[in-house]
Design a protein around this ligand. Structure first.
Ligand code: MEV
Length: 310
């Protein structure tokens, strides 16, 4: 008996960072890139082995340190299921989601692993249980995450998210096309979130005002997406990017990609995720996707993905 589960990548459309401070944010799954976990029977008495196939790394759960990401989600899952002795299994994870790019690779791997391991043990986890377990692991790595990454990835649906509240149903009236461009520069969420926190502590009023302005953009973006008002979305992306620059989480590379996308005809562009590196997203008409992708590559993007949202 084997069990397999998978989970998508994600991008944040609007509201990153401010979401950590209680403002809303909008995120969508990106199904073209996925993490997969497969659980297969192991040799009797061998314990539970975790194989990170892409990294060529194998660890025995019993020997793994507490902060090993795969071990952490495996242990949390078994504890949640009330299983004291890890089954003799080989748990193999693979992912096509770029690591540390803001696309939620860690949360997707955790989500796939917890679902596959539960299924192998004959159990089905509710989506909110998956989301909560993945959140526990994200906290180990990201310090003070808002919970948006585990939510959008576990639910695999567009989410309008406010920290501490259940995700709100959110309808995309008219599908739209995004070009996602990877700077190739790692975007460690913990570092960017920690820097914003220090800046907020040093100048709380200014940062609260910036977060309020971002929150207002997110509310306007939700109305635009729900009412097929695509013309409003591009300028809202641009405005959100400017505010992220003011928060100090953009970078010359991200700004260069944003300019290149706009010059090639994109209707708007912003960094997505924690920033500093990671991804830029550009809103395009479907017939512009190729031109904008080529312009982004010429401006230094390492990888470009075109995705339809909705
Ligand atoms: C990271 O994908 C999004 C951030 O807002 C952090 C978080 O919400 O936990 C930067």
């Amino acid at each position: 008996m084997r069990a397999i589960a998978s989970a998508p990548g994600k991008v944040i459309l609007f509201g990153e960072h401010a979401v950590v401070y209680g403002r809303p944010a909008i995120a969508v799954p990106v199904a073209q890139v996925r993490a997969t976990a497969e659980v297969a029977p192991g040799v009797p008495g061998s314990g539970l082995h975790l194989v990170a196939a892409d990294l060529g790394r194998t660890v025995l759960l019993a020997d793994a340190p507490a902060d090993e990401p795969l071990a952490a989600i495996a242990r949390l899952t078994l504890a949640h299921l009330g299983i004291e002795t890890a089954p003799d299994t080989v748990v193999t994870v693979r992912s096509t989601i770029p690591i540390a790019s803001g696309m939620g690779s860690g949360a997707a791997v955790s989500s796939a692993l917890t679902r596959a391991l539960a299924a192998y043990c004959g159990r089905t986890l509710a989506t909110e249980e998956v989301s909560a377990l993945v959140f526990e692991v994200d906290k180990l790595y990201h310090g003070t995450p808002s919970g948006i990454d585990n939510t959008v990835i576990a639910y695999e649906q567009p989410v309008y998210f406010v920290k501490g509240e259940p995700p709100q149903p959110f309808h995309i009236a008219h599908p739209f096309t995004l070009v996602i461009a990877d700077t190739g520069i790692a975007s460690p969420t913990k570092v960017a979130v920690g820097d914003v926190r220090r800046a907020w502590q040093a100048d709380t009023d200014r940062y609260e005002r910036l977060f309020d302005r971002i929150g207002e953009i997110v509310r306007r973006a939700r109305r635009a997406i729900e009412h097929s008002n695509d013309d409003a979305l591009g300028p809202l992306l641009d405005e959100n990017h400017r505010l992220l620059q003011e928060l100090g989480v953009s970078s010359p590379e991200l700004d260069r990609l944003a300019e290149a996308a706009r010059a090639a005809g994109a209707r708007g562009a912003k960094l997505s995720g924690a920033g500093r590196g990671g991804n830029l997203i550009a809103l395009v008409r479907p017939d512009q996707a190729e031109t904008v992708s080529a312009a982004l590559r010429a401006a230094g993007a390492r990888g470009v993905t075109v995705t339809q949202v909705g």
